[in-house]
Write a new protein. Structure first.
Length: 327
């Protein structure tokens, strides 16, 4: 009998070190011969404990909502994250195979126009590299059991998860810095304009067949698609940052168990949105738009690229005398 009683107590000590259960026996269901079940029932019914911790929610052993919300993470968010990454990659690969890329109709001019400062390029990569690492490590942590463990095995997944966790935690800091700098510094060029609607009507001129072929809609420094991406990144980035602080620094935030679980769910949902948009952004910049990648490598773009994809901006800098070529 002593051994049977000791097992649930040890389980409780492992779950909450230093915590001693203090419950009202009258609220616990009658013993069914399984002491561990009795302990679990007591906790579910709100039994509190005693601990040396001084945080506000130290007496609450578990969140009774866990059993209803955790399936949302495994059954909805995990496959959603995998679909946002691999589904979007597959969709774009199929689109390019059918449509092809958006080539410069006049070819490369050989004259490079100043577009981004060195600081802007640095800020972009400060946010972009951690963002990619966060997506990959977040995918491992959120959906690893769905897309990694069945194919590579439990041991391989465990190893990958053990590496992904610290990388995910540490990359959160430069991502946060990059997000703040990009949001503050670039917002002025992301204000919607009347001609943005026309850009969407012809899908930015990226379609190479039918009535859309050869269309070159007006666009300022940022086209309509880039503006949608920017504000999505700004908004979802704020959600990811706020929930990430709760998850990463609980000792300072002191969240309730309900808030911690809610932060985890919202964090994953916002990350899915950013992942899907990131894939679109990467494909548009590196594959779909001939000459587009150069902008975030050197800060300069080909003059014909500027005229074709950002004609309103090009006309403005030419008219006001700020057009500058690479020497």
């Amino acid at each position: 009998m002593f051994t049977k009683l000791l097992k649930p107590l040890l389980m409780l000590l492992v779950m909450a070190p230093g915590l001693a259960l203090a419950s009202d026996p009258g609220t616990v269901a009658a013993q069914s011969g399984n002491e561990a079940e009795v302990v679990w029932q007591a906790i579910q019914q709100g039994a509190e404990g005693r601990t040396v911790s001084e945080v506000e929610y130290h007496a609450q052993l578990i969140n009774p909502q866990d059993e209803r919300l955790l399936p949302l993470r495994s059954d909805v968010l995990a496959p959603g994250m995998a679909l946002a990454l691999f589904g979007m990659i597959a969709a774009f690969a199929a689109f390019i195979a059918v449509n092809g890329i958006s080539k410069l109709h006049g070819g490369f001019s050989g004259k490079m126009v100043y577009r981004w400062s060195k600081a802007d390029v640095a800020i972009h990569w400060l946010g972009a590299i951690p963002c990619l690492l966060l997506i990959l490590t977040g995918l491992t942590l959120l959906a690893g059991r769905l897309i990694i463990e069945p194919y590579l095995g439990q041991q391989a997944f465990a190893t990958m998860a053990a590496v992904a966790k610290p990388v995910h935690d540490y990359m959160a800091i430069p991502f946060l810095i990059g997000w703040v700098l990009m949001t503050v510094k670039w917002a002025k060029n992301q204000i919607p304009a009347k001609y943005d609607l026309a850009w969407f009507m012809v899908v930015g001129g990226y379609i190479n067949f039918g009535p859309f072929k050869g269309k070159h809609p007006d666009a300022g420094f940022a086209n309509a698609g880039e503006k949608v991406w920017f504000w999505t990144f700004a908004f979802c980035g704020a959600i990811i940052a706020a929930t990430g602080v709760i998850l990463l620094f609980p000792e300072y935030v002191e969240p309730s168990r309900s808030l911690s679980l809610l932060a985890l769910i919202i964090h994953a949902a916002a990350a899915i949105i950013v992942t899907a948009f990131s894939i679109v952004h990467i494909f548009m910049a590196t594959v779909m738009s001939e000459g587009g990648m150069e902008c975030m490598v050197s800060g300069y773009c080909d003059e014909n690229w500027a005229k074709q994809h950002h004609n309103v901006w090009y006309d403005e800098i030419k008219a006001n005398g700020t057009l500058k070529y690479k020497e």
